[in-house]
Design a protein around this ligand. Structure first.
Ligand code: GLA
Length: 316
């Protein structure tokens, strides 16, 4: 089932499968403009391997060796990315049917994830609420668990202004978490004098193929930014062709991913690097790495978080 939210300026379409953002259209001088990658058919969503527009959980990003120890117990997860667990494993939120209801102007999608699902402890009751704010989309996440459990949710929309290379990006972050060959982050890296510095608007294409070791491992940008500041704030932006996306979140981090794994498949509307993701999140693999802030949701406690993707028209 597809739901549409509209306010005359933007229209966002959301599927009950994966709580997927299937379409994000904005009214421009030249008519409605689609700014996200999407598929035409439902089957393509069922077969999708690239998380197009999906809500991603229980734990987004990679968990090294698909295992972790919590409260003295070892948990074994799905190895769906080499030796690692990616985006919650084979039965992640992206592949679930959500219950949907509308309350006022909001669309609330709810999911129950059973204790042991994907190998994770605790029953999780999760909801994601979509609503339109003046010029964009607000995404609110809520989760509760019956056990201590790692939890990290994101949205995997690929924004596409028609030309990823010439899209200019800003990310308010002095540091990234550099990755090892298996794409697992370790430590911290200051972005100064690296291709990862987006503290001023810079074209994605400028350093996407630089011979920086980490860029080569990732085949472009696929890295977790340690966002400056705390609480709800503007953290990133992207602009091209008179449109600008602004990203606001209360999350501490954001994966900037330039679709390096997307295949060249014109029939499905896909192209390598044909879009880019601003995945607001908590730190990847934090459950195995004590130098990163904890992602454990404690038994009986709640997780609440909010991200806004705002789209404004610019003149430049
Ligand atoms: C995330 C990861 C990427 C890739 C995509 C899905 O963005 O960081 O490495 O796995 O998801 O294709």
């Amino acid at each position: 089932t597809e739901y549409a939210l509209t306010n005359g300026y933007c229209t966002v379409k959301i599927l009950n499968y994966g709580a997927i953002i299937r379409s994000f259209c904005v009214q421009t001088e030249d008519g409605l403009k689609e700014i996200v990658l999407h598929y035409d058919s439902a089957i393509d969503y069922l077969n999708d391997e690239y998380y197009l527009g999906a809500t991603v959980g229980r734990v987004c990003g990679r968990i090294e060796n698909a295992s972790f120890v919590l409260d003295g117990k070892t948990y074994i997860l799905d190895k769906n990315d080499g030796e690692n667990c990616l985006h919650g494993g084979y039965n992640g939120f992206n592949s679930k049917f959500f219950s949907a209801k509308t309350v006022g102007d909001s669309l609330i999608m709810t999911l129950f994830s059973k204790n042991g699902e994907g190998g994770f402890p605790g029953d999780i009751t999760f909801s994601v609420t979509f609503s339109l704010v003046n010029k964009g989309l607000k995404i609110k996440y809520h989760a509760e668990s019956t056990e201590n459990t790692p939890f990290n949710v994101t949205n995997h929309t690929y924004f596409n202004f028609g030309d990823t290379f010439n899209t200019e990006v800003f990310i308010d972050a002095d540091m990234v978490t550099p990755v090892k060959a298996n794409l697992i982050p370790e430590g911290f890296l200051n972005v100064e004098n690296t291709p990862f510095d987006f503290r001023k608007f810079k074209k994605i294409g400028e350093s996407i193929d630089s011979d920086n070791e980490i860029i080569k491992i990732c085949n472009g940008y696929d890295i977790n930014y340690v966002l400056n500041g705390k609480n709800f704030r503007k953290v990133a932006a992207a602009k091209h062709d008179k449109l600008q996306i602004n990203v606001y979140t209360d999350m501490p981090a954001m994966q900037f991913y330039t679709g390096n794994f997307l295949p060249n498949n014109p029939q499905k509307g896909l192209k390598r690097r044909g879009g880019f993701c601003f995945e607001t999140q908590r730190f990847p693999n934090a459950v195995n790495n004590s130098e990163y802030p904890s992602v454990i949701v404690k038994k009986g406690k709640v997780f609440d978080s909010e991200t806004i993707f705002e789209v404004v028209r610019t003149e430049y």
